[in-house]
Design a protein. Structure first.
Length: 78
């Protein structure tokens, strides 16, 4: 029970942080370039997450999102 409370508190204690769009875009551009070159590592993602004060999972999720200017299939909401 104590472990569950500690985990729940740690998760509940994490607040959403507003990330500057320019910093996010610049970070994702660099990480995407590393990924395309085959050099992206977990350490790169870890450093980026610390720099933007977000979780590593958030960085991976952002990297997996389609680019804003990518063509979309007809009939699909953005």
């Amino acid at each position: 029970m104590l472990v569950a409370l500690i985990v729940r508190s740690a998760v509940a204690g994490r607040h959403a942080v507003a990330v500057d769009r320019e910093r996010r875009a610049a970070t994702l551009a660099r990480l995407t370039a590393l990924r395309e070159a085959g050099h992206l590592s977990t350490e790169h993602v870890r450093l980026a997450a610390r720099g933007l004060d977000v979780t590593e999972r958030t960085i991976w999720r952002w990297l997996d999102e389609p680019a804003q200017d990518a063509p979309r299939r007809p009939g699909r909401a953005p």
